[in-house]
Design a protein around this ligand. Structure first.
Ligand SMILES: *Cc1c(COP(=O)(O)O)cnc(C)c1O
Length: 243
């Protein structure tokens, strides 16, 4: 067993133990929370190692970066989630290559997502909500959720699954209130869309609070992979966001 393998195993076990503890504290079954491993900025080999330990679902923020890794890992049957903001001109490509989209924030993307999905099982879609109404942040305002949800279900090839949020990076009490607010918005949306089942909230340093408030999909990067390598070039990130 290589050193990398045993470090990955320790980190995964530690995260699974934290999930279990948080679930027990909340009176929930540990199986009610899905773990999404956020592998942005991590090499394909690190994903392969974690996949070897049984992890299936991986989250990426950038379409091009994810496609390169998907090609390299095509022999594994992994589930890919796009969790970063999506540019309009990449919507078609994203729909063709990911299983889930966590960051839907405008109806303008829907025709391209629908077309890009043709001939495949539906793309699972979460609406990203800007619960804290931060001016510079992605996501729709709470009052816009209903309209966007209606637009999603009118498009062939898309399956509305629920909501996602990234709270403002304030103290834990604040973030917990943001998680509670999203859970309430989720229950409200479920009255009109009883099929929705996914509440994506919580990251490495706040997922216990998210679980306490009802998260059933948590997005964990650092706690599983260690700190992220710095992106090779700032310019590369810029290129990606311009395309
Ligand atoms: C990077 C990222 C994560 C993971 O963050 P960690 O703090 O490393 O766990 C989760 N969700 C989104 C949307 C991200 O961009």
């Amino acid at each position: 067993m290589s050193a990398n393998h045993s470090i990955a195993k320790q980190r995964l076990c530690a995260v699974l133990t934290r999930i279990e503890t948080a679930c027990r504290a909340a009176g929930r079954h540990p199986d009610s929370v899905r773990l999404l491993a956020v592998s942005k900025a991590q090499p394909a080999q690190a994903i392969r190692t974690l996949a070897g330990l049984g992890q299936r679902a991986f989250g990426e923020n950038y379409v091009q970066e994810a496609l390169a890794k998907e090609r390299e890992l095509a022999d594994l049957r992994l589930e890919w989630h796009l969790i970063g903001p999506l540019q309009s001109n990449k919507a078609r490509l994203a729909a063709a290559h990911f299983d889930w989209l966590h960051s839907l924030d405008r109806s303008k993307l829907l025709p391209a997502l629908s077309e890009g999905r043709e001939g495949r099982p539906p793309l699972n879609v979460l609406i990203q909500v800007n619960v804290d109404r931060e001016p510079s942040k992605h996501g729709v305002a709470p009052e816009a959720i209903g309209g966007l949800a209606e637009a999603v279900v009118r498009h062939r090839g898309l399956r509305l699954r629920g909501l996602m949020t990234i709270p403002a990076p304030l103290d834990l009490d604040h973030r917990r209130r943001a998680f509670a607010a999203l859970a309430e918005l989720f229950e409200r949306l479920r009255r009109d869309h009883p099929e929705i089942d996914t509440l994506s909230m919580g990251m490495s340093d706040d997922f216990e609070a998210a679980i306490a408030e009802g998260a059933n999909l948590i997005r964990i990067g650092t706690a599983l992979f260690g700190s992220r390598p710095v992106r090779r070039h700032a310019a590369e990130a810029d290129t990606e966001s311009l395309h």
